[in-house]
Write a protein that binds this ligand. Structure first.
Ligand code: ATP
Ligand code: MG
Length: 247
């Protein structure tokens, strides 16, 4: 059984077709980097995978189950870090993680223990009682990542997990992602940093104007192109623009 499969997934926002008949399948333990330019449809695709958005057409299956038909089961299986981190600003980090974990049915003791372990590992150590509203951008990112992992999901969907993250923590997050993969967890992530994908993801998917234009093992890319950047620019167009008229 595949961990994740998309069958002709399409999403329209009014007249805008954000995602256009995207299909692919990932077996358990896959780690894939989803690449694409701004507005290509990455976040929209991830939101449909995690059940935050309904496709206009097509369907998503997580562990063989149709996400639209089994929303609650999907929530338990999926850990998502969406683009807009919907955190509860007036709670502290540990309170928020306890809340999320309790929603997933964990008991308070387990929730607090996992929250403490995650915050320690990610070096998210604000002064006691600091509310999320007062967290820095990177701290919020770390908290969102923690909340995506606390219920031991089988599929983890991370929208730009490295954005705004310091170099030391980036290393930690890469290690965590590699650990998830080693444990058979399937990970889908987006980033604009191709070097991260090259170092971390055995497989890449490239989306352009809502369509999947590239999908395959990084090894194959390496056979035909010196760098992932070369392939990326070839697939999504790398024309340099001219000068600005007034400069
Ligand atoms: N809620 C929405 N309502 C209307 N249009 C939307 C909505 N969400 C996304 N879109 C549109 O869908 C398209 C794809 O957006 P999406 O956020 O998926 O891109 P992205 O690949 O994640 O880009 P980025 O790299 O900038 O994060 C864009 O044209 C965007 O304007
Ligand atoms: Mg996005």
């Amino acid at each position: 059984m595949n961990a994740l499969e998309l069958f002709g997934v399409t999403k329209d926002f009014g007249a805008v077709r954000a995602v256009h008949e995207v299909s692919f399948a990932l077996e358990p333990g896959s780690l894939i980097g989803l690449l694409g330019r701004n507005g290509a449809g990455k976040s929209t695709t991830l939101k449909m995978i995690s059940g935050l958005l309904q496709p206009t057409a097509g369907r998503v299956e997580v562990l063989g189950r149709d996400v639209a038909k089994f929303p609650l089961e999907t929530r338990r299986d999926v850990g998502a870090m969406p683009e807009e981190m919907a955190l509860l600003d007036m709670l502290s980090g540990p309170q928020y993680l306890r809340f999320v974990a309790r929603m997933y049915g964990l008991d308070t003791k387990t929730a607090d223990a996992r929250a403490a372990e995650l915050m320690d590992r990610l070096e998210l150590l604000p002064p006691r009682g600091t509310v999320i509203a007062d967290y820095s951008f990177g701290m919020k990112k770390k908290l969102a990542l923690s909340s995506a992992l606390i219920h031991s999901p089988r599929l983890v969907v991370l929208d730009e997990p490295f954005e705004g993250i310091d170099t030391v923590t980036s290393r930690t997050i890469k290690d965590l992602i590699a650990l998830l993969q080693a444990r058979g967890v399937t990970v889908v992530l987006t980033t604009h940093v191709l070097e991260i994908v090259e170092a971390l993801c055995p497989r890449v998917a490239i989306i352009e104007k809502g369509r999947l234009v590239g999908f395959g093992p990084l090894d194959e890319v390496k056979r035909t192109h010196a760098t992932l950047e070369g392939l990326f620019l070839e697939l999504v167009g790398g024309h340099r623009k001219g000068e600005l008229s007034w400069l």
